[in-house]
Design a protein around this ligand. Structure first.
Ligand code: COA
Length: 260
């Protein structure tokens, strides 16, 4: 039987996906990527799941990057397919139609930082270290780092991190907007659960549409994004949840959203 590199535990509508590849600090080898892909495929079909947390096994690392020991097998024509596969899986996580939080419990290097950047929100433990070390290996970030990092923190800072292989700690990541919160070591998953319990009480269609408008709008002109926002709002206005939300406000009680 194939070794389990990724496990998923679902509790109270929150799926905790743990990447656990020891002793390689959760490096993303091909079986790990395949299992991550399969788990997200399964979660997409599980409507009991309202949101997802991605974290790393052990205390030291979120994900220490793509598995460098596999690089020698990647040559010539196989390079494009190798990269496209990782990009496709990360795109799938980014486009997952419910919130995904990265609970970054240690090293988030290379593919680890790229995976965190596919998530909607990043919560870092104070021992987390971020970086894109690829140029030190003679390559460039290939699972979205050259595109998502400058979009998140600006081109100048992204180039400093990528060109010089600068490693940054959790407080610096917070300062530059790479993460949204820093918590004590060992607390990232709990903090992510706390935030998701709040989010999971909101209108599910509204959350889905807000995510779509933000993610897809970022790749558009302002006009295109505003048109998309109006389309997404029309979807929300057509739901029973919209009537329930307004009624609950007037009746001064919590809304009981049904997701339709
Ligand atoms: N791919 C494959 N193996 C990796 C790995 C990766 N990305 N990152 C760490 N490992 C392995 C190490 O080879 C080591 O294995 P070994 O015990 O068989 O020698 C084990 O994980 C522990 O790593 P080690 O380097 O001993 O731990 P450390 O605490 O001294 O350093 C890091 C931690 C993360 C700073 C260091 O491992 C590192 O620089 N990793 C590579 C990061 C990287 O370049 N990622 C981008 C890849 S494109």
């Amino acid at each position: 039987m194939e070794k389990e590199f990724v496990r998923c535990q679902i509790e109270e509508g929150i799926a905790v996906v743990t990447i656990d590849n020891q002793p390689a600090l959760n490096a993303l080898n091909q079986p790990t990527l395949a299992q991550l892909d399969q788990i997200f495929e399964a979660l997409a079909g599980d409507l009991e799941v309202k949101s997802v947390i991605i974290t790393g096994g052990g205390e030291k690392s979120f994900v220490a990057g793509a598995d460098i020991s596999e690089f020698n097998q990647v040559k010539g024509d196989s390079t494009a397919a190798f990269m496209a596969r990782g990009q496709r899986i990360f795109d799938k996580i980014e486009a997952f139609d419910r919130p995904v939080i990265a609970a970054i419990n240690g090293f988030a290097l290379g593919g680890g930082n790229e995976l965190a950047m596919c998530c909607d929100i990043r919560i870092a433990a104070e021992n987390a270290i971020f970086g894109q070390p690829e140029v030190s290996l003679g390559i460039i970030p290939g699972y979205g780092g050259t595109q998502r990092l400058p979009r998140l923190i600006g081109a100048g800072k992204a180039k400093e991190i990528i060109f010089a292989d600068e490693r940054i700690n959790a407080q610096e990541a917070l300062r530059i907007g790479l993460v949204q919160k820093v918590v004590p070591k060992g607390q990232a998953v709990e903090e992510a659960k706390k935030l998701l319990k709040k989010i999971n009480n909101k209108g599910p269609v509204a959350i889905k549409m807000a995510k779509k408008a933000i993610n897809e709008g970022l790749a558009m002109s302002l006009r295109g994004g505003l048109d998309l926002e109006a389309q997404c709002q029309s979807v929300c206005f057509a739901t029973e949840d919209k009537d329930e939300g307004a009624r609950a406000f007037i009746e001064k009680r919590p809304a009981n959203f049904k997701g339709k």
